[in-house]
Design a protein around this ligand. Structure first.
Ligand code: F6P
Length: 532
């Protein structure tokens, strides 16, 4: 099924796609979902290529698998689970069946409980032992941290609740720095862990409990838990009234729409949180109903497949020209790389094409003064994904926002057009001549012909953020189906966890290094000599 696309690529790979980009193409190679626009005109995909990519989606059975996911089928086959994060934003409550049972009652009840608790914390009804809650500390890692943290930063202009902090790393520097700024008597600690076994989170949770116990008589009373494991939260001492549960059909990296989003809800309020869910729900509806040529997540996936599996570009840069999306690249690293970084297909056979790309990035314009040099002149092509809002939240500084937008558009234009040798020569002809002019000019050539897409929206409000995150979730789904992999397990994180557990007594000196390889033994030796 890949051959036709490969043959097409071979025929077009040497053309300059800039020559395709007239105004008709801008309309044809862009799509709107609600008030969000995706422009993919600045790529080398033409209508024949798009047809072949749509054909790829059809042959992979994406539509049937999408419908199976939304209907609660156990599409996470290696774990025998449904994949139903979409139920968490199914605010209208249409039935969603898992094993013959409608899960929506439970979902909506939990959402109401979260809203009540958030209102109590925000309104001073739920208090710490020293008074109203001033600080909320979310302790979690991976999907129990990256999503809510990314969203809390993205929606900073909407915060009107207590201060909100995130602790994830087992490195004590992380929790120490956060707790230093909090008063234990007015802090709420939220332990966010689907499994309630993750070593980093449980270690940090115990550290926080001990810290709080030095000041207040009943530290557990200022703890809440977000987990699928009621037994373990009870064993930790957290009252069930402050435990917000969810089901195993919500994957960790897809979980911020439910209880894992509690810290965000406390920061922005239940109404804004619902708007966030509504944005995602709108993207779900679009994904389920729009034909592939007009379907934003499907098109983003097609562009991704074209650049990675067909053109062979191994990485993709996510470049938000929206400083509040500073943590979006980190969030997407987990969403995309933990989902689609797999080497075998559903049936256990080796993949015949590359797995998902390395995703990385930083907000613009900061990145321009750091790694854009490589993006423009390096020997490898890095497809870029720009995100930009028409308006920021600083009305009095709108002219500054316009400068930001100009920079964003300039980068995609520069990547596409580049600068040839003749133009580079003319730029320095007044300073150099002869061989030196030639040499100097060559350093100023930009190859161009480098692809990018741009996602533009009016303003980064809760609804829009919901749209953006759901857009990426569904893009990951489509890419995973086309690759034939299970995007919803993460076996690749297990080996390191097992070895870390085995290494802890070695690092502590309770066990020797005899069964370790030479390099690991030598590193343990060095660190022990230096005080570990
Ligand atoms: O180690 C990977 C992982 O399982 C992620 O998939 C998950 O988001 C993270 O750890 C945290 O897991 P938990 O929420 O169970 O603590």
């Amino acid at each position: 099924m890949w051959d036709a696309l490969r043959a097409h690529h071979a025929g077009v790979k040497n053309r300059r796609f800039e020559t395709l980009v007239d105004q008709a193409r801008a309309a044809d190679f862009s799509v709107q979902a609600g008030d969000m626009l995706l422009d993919y005109a600045k790529t080398n995909i033409d209508s024949d290529g798009r047809k072949l990519l749509i054909d790829l989606l059809d042959r992979a059975g994406v539509a049937a698998k999408r419908d199976a996911m939304f209907s609660g089928a156990a599409i996470n086959e290696t774990e025998g689970r449904a994949v139903l994060h979409t139920a968490l934003r199914n605010l209208d409550g249409a039935p969603v069946m898992v094993d013959g049972v409608d899960v929506m009652d439970g979902v909506l009840q939990t959402l109401s409980r979260m809203a009540r608790f958030a209102a109590d914390v925000r309104g001073g009804v739920f208090q710490g032992q020293g008074g109203a809650i001033t600080d909320v500390v979310n302790i979690g890692i991976g999907g129990s941290d990256l999503g809510p943290k990314m969203a809390a930063i993205a929606l900073a202009p909407y915060h009107d609740g207590p201060r909100c902090h995130f602790v994830s790393n087992v490195d004590p520097a992380d929790i120490a720095q956060v707790l230093r700024g909090c008063d234990p008597a007015t802090t709420l600690v939220i332990v966010a862990s689907k499994t309630f076994t993750t070593i980093e989170t449980m270690t940090n949770a115990q550290t926080a409990k001990a810290w709080m116990g030095e000041t207040v008589s009943d530290p557990a009373a200022q703890f809440a838990a977000l987990s699928t494991s009621g037994d373990k939260t009870a064993a930790f001492g957290i009252d069930p009234s402050r435990v917000f549960g969810f089901e195993d059909w919500v994957g960790g990296r897809y979980s911020m729409w439910g209880p894992i989003g509690l810290s965000l809800m406390i920061a922005i309020g239940a109404k804004a949180f619902r708007a966030f869910l509504r944005g995602a729900q709108a993207m779900d509806t679009h994904f389920r109903s729009a034909e592939w040529s007009q379907n934003m997540p499907a098109l983003l996936a097609m562009v991704g497949i074209w650049h990675n599996q067909i053109c062979g570009h191994a990485t993709r840069a996510v470049l938000p020209y929206d400083n509040n999306l500073a943590r979006l690249p980190a969030y997407l690293q987990q969403l995309e790389m933990e989902s689609n970084g797999k080497g075998v297909s559903m049936d256990g056979a080796d993949l015949s094409v590359n797995s998902g790309p390395v995703v990385w990035g930083e907000p613009g314009t900061n990145g321009q003064h750091a790694f854009y040099q490589l993006i423009h002149q390096g020997t490898r092509v890095v497809p870029c994904e720009f995100l930009v809002a028409a308006r920021g939240h600083e009305d009095d500084l709108h002219h500054q926002h316009q400068l930001l937008v100009a920079n964003c558009l300039a980068q995609s234009e520069a990547l596409m057009k580049g600068r040839d040798l003749a133009e580079a020569r003319s730029k320095v002809a007044d300073k150099f001549e002869g061989a030196e002019l030639e040499r100097q000019a060559r350093h100023r050539v930009f190859p161009g012909n480098r692809p990018s897409v741009t996602i533009a929206y009016p303003q980064l409000d809760p609804f829009t953020l919901g749209q953006i995150v759901a857009l990426y979730e569904h893009r990951v789904f489509v890419e995973g189906v086309v690759l034939g992999i299970n995007s919803y397990d993460q076996w690749g994180v297990e080996l390191g966890k097992e070895l870390a557990t085995a290494l802890q007594p070695v690092v502590e000196g309770a066990q020797g290094t005899d069964d370790k390889d030479g390099s690991t033994a030598a590193l343990v030796g060095f660190l022990r000599q230096n005080g570990v």
